[in-house]
Write a protein that binds this ligand. Structure first.
Ligand SMILES: Cc1cc2nc3c(=O)[nH]c(=O)nc-3n(C[C@H](O)[C@H](O)[C@H](O)COP(=O)(O)OP(=O)(O)OC[C@H]3O[C@@H](n4cnc5c(N)ncnc54)[C@H](O)[C@@H]3O)c2cc1C
Length: 278
């Protein structure tokens, strides 16, 4: 089977159903299947390149949602007035300008890495995916789509067609990515806390941790506890104790489990302090 370069979504789906793997910008795939220097990567499967499919390049408001086509690059998202500032800042810390000019958000999700930097935000914001195949479309949440490191619900004949991001306002968005250097570094860990507070009323609070468990950590129980602790002016130790059990990092070449857990809990505490200071 040979690699294919379709120009329409219909052709892309036919080629996908024949068993080809989708490639967006290739910035994950080219690295994962690299071989010796100066030698082309050795892919296990033929590829269907999605770059030429204009139907995947939509970026628009759709009612209460922002629809992001699978072919839109991170750089285009960073430059769009439709995208929330906090998400632009997150994507602006991913890789380098050159990589962001090729890489897609769909590819970051499709790669399903626990260290994928877009995931804490997308999961915090209850984003979903439209998956498309020759049998039609289905919608799944990003949280459900990723079932483990490198594992997703994508069927063998499907593509991610678009990402649907609810349009929401928060009064506090506190994001930190901890990497080996300021840019072009894979996360050792990341944290996102968002809240909507008006006076003493806390209308919404969301918390997500990246790179510290096989999947992104987000917990309704933890968020309810954080709201309750905030309302009674309680000690954040209770919330830290809850999340400490969910945070199960590994030691690897980028960091130690102990460092990841300690810094994650420090960031959670800092988020709660910022919320009180608002
Ligand atoms: C130097 C370097 C630095 C990096 N830094 C970061 C970083 O800081 N943070 C970070 O999160 N990532 C980083 N990455 C990883 C990578 O750039 C991102 O994950 C990027 O968003 C992948 O997008 P892509 O379009 O290139 O994906 P591809 O490589 O094309 O694909 C990635 C995966 O998604 C699947 N896929 C792609 N498009 C679709 C689709 N439409 N439907 C279904 N499946 C699809 C592919 O089959 C593959 O499994 C870095 C990579 C490099 C090389």
């Amino acid at each position: 089977m040979v690699n294919a370069y379709p120009r329409t979504l219909k052709d892309a789906l036919t080629l996908r159903a024949e068993g080809r793997r989708p490639m967006g910008g290739g910035t994950d795939l080219m690295v994962r299947f690299r071989s010796a220097a100066g030698v082309l990567p050795r892919f296990q499967q033929s590829l269907v390149f999605l770059r030429g499919v204009d139907e995947l390049k939509n970026l628009e408001e759709r009612g209460d949602l922002i629809a992001i086509g699978a072919g839109v690059t991170l750089r285009e998202l960073c430059e769009s007035p439709l995208i929330p500032v906090v998400f632009k800042n997150i994507m602006g810390q991913m890789a380098s300008f050159a990589i962001r000019s090729e890489a897609t958000l769909a590819g970051n999700i499709g790669n399903a890495s626990p260290a994928a930097d877009s995931l804490p935000f997308l999961i915090c914001r209850n984003a979903s995916l439209v998956l498309t195949g020759q049998r039609g479309d289905r919608t799944v949440s990003v949280a459900d789509f990723i079932t483990g490191p490198g594992k997703t619900l994508l069927a063998d004949d499907e593509l991610i067609r678009e990402i649907l991001l609810p349009r929401e306002e928060f009064t506090l968005s506190f994001h930190k990515k901890v990497g080996g250097r300021r840019s072009d570094a894979i996360s050792k860990l990341s944290f996102l806390g968002e809240a909507r507070r008006e006076g003493n009323n806390l209308f919404d609070l969301r918390i997500a941790f990246g790179s510290v468990a096989p999947r992104i950590i987000r917990s309704e129980e933890g968020e309810a506890l954080a709201r309750e602790v905030f309302s009674r002016g309680g000690n954040t130790k209770d919330i830290e104790g809850f999340y400490e059990k969910l945070i199960t990092p590994i030691d690897d070449q980028r960091s130690t489990a102990e460092y990841r857990k300690t810094v994650s809990l420090n960031l959670l505490r800092r988020f709660m302090e910022k919320l009180r200071e608002q």
